[in-house]
Write a protein that binds this ligand. Structure first.
Ligand SMILES: [Mg+2]
Length: 313
């Protein structure tokens, strides 16, 4: 792991690099866009990769949208995408239960998107939406639904004490599956306001349930299992692009993908320098193979070498 500045590669090295990958996995927020604002030339880069015949997957820990909703967002922002190109944690949670031939019902702490993805694979659910405190009903009179066989925790702005009671009570039965969409602790802080992320809710339920969840999102390797099983992706010929060391780059390092860090999001060059000098083995896994200021900065290289690359194919 060298953290090579992509700009220092020679023409031959760039051609060699392009030839060495068949699949590109890209994070979304901080790489392709910031909220609803596309980052300059990012769509052109992704679409050029696709024109080279590379398979692109959009990989996001966000559990509040379905694959269809992500496709819509991609298309509005000019990124070419179909439903099969999206790996989001609402869908991965449904895939996970489908792989287990799950036939029971799910208690969801999370959004409508998780419910819709479960519906698509024929799994029933309860729990989405507000569950306010009712002082007239004591918590210990809660009757557990015997059909519940799994609890999924994703981002839920209606998170409440009654939801904690229900999730932890269901999870007291060891056969009930415990799934977390992701463990991102917080969203990027703006105006000194901290917005807690799904990871904060997951830790809360893990704490009262006295159990650990199976995590769907990056950096856990379930995504890689899905890519290899369903799409026959070869890890050695796969590039992971991301802006965050402890999710995107760590996933890539763990799964044997090549890694490219873009500096338009969370992780900066100073962090890499610090990890290079550190004796801590874990931080070495945060160091990408390559870095570049922004994804859009790849465009001149791709355009310059497009003709040569396509002719060599
Ligand atoms: Mg990101």
């Amino acid at each position: 792991m060298a953290a090579v500045n992509f700009k220092t590669l020679s023409e031959d090295e760039v051609i060699g690099f392009l030839d060495s990958i068949d699949t590109i996995l890209t994070d979304c927020d901080g790489v392709l866009w910031m909220y609803m604002n596309p980052l300059p030339n990012a769509a052109e880069v992704i679409n050029t990769f696709q024109s080279f015949g590379k398979r692109v997957f959009y990989i996001t820990n966000n559990s509040t949208k379905t694959r269809e909703e992500f496709v819509k967002k991609c298309n509005i922002l000019n990124f070419k995408a179909t439903k099969e190109d999206i790996l989001c944690t609402a869908n991965l949670s449904a895939c996970y239960l489908q792989d287990l031939s799950f036939k029971k019902k799910v208690y969801i702490i999370g959004s409508e998107a998780i419910a819709k993805e479960l519906e698509e694979v024929g799994i029933s659910y309860v729990g989405v939406g507000p569950d306010p405190i009712n002082k007239n009903i004591p918590y210990n009179t809660f009757n557990k639904d015997p059909e519940i066989g799994a609890v999924i925790v994703g981002f839920d702005e209606h998170f409440s004490y009654p939801k904690m009671v229900k999730a932890a009570s269901y999870l007291s039965e060891p056969s009930v599956h415990f799934i977390a969409t992701n463990t991102d602790e917080r969203f990027p802080v703006a105006n000194n306001v901290v917005i807690p992320g799904t990871g904060s809710l997951v830790r809360c339920i893990e704490s009262c349930a006295e159990r650990k969840a199976v995590v769907m999102g990056k950096p856990e390797s379930y995504i890689a299992d899905v890519l290899m099983k369903r799409f026959q992706v070869n890890p050695k010929r796969t590039l992971m692009i991301g802006d965050r060391h402890n999710t995107d780059i760590l996933l890539g390092t763990r799964c044997g993908f090549k890694t490219l860090l873009v500096l338009t999001g969370i992780t900066c060059l100073k962090d890499i320098d610090r990890w290079k000098q550190s004796d801590c083995e874990q931080t070495k896994e945060f160091i990408p193979d390559y870095y570049i200021e922004s994804l859009g900065n790849l465009l001149p290289y791709l355009e310059k070498f497009k003709r040569k690359y396509v002719m060599s194919k």
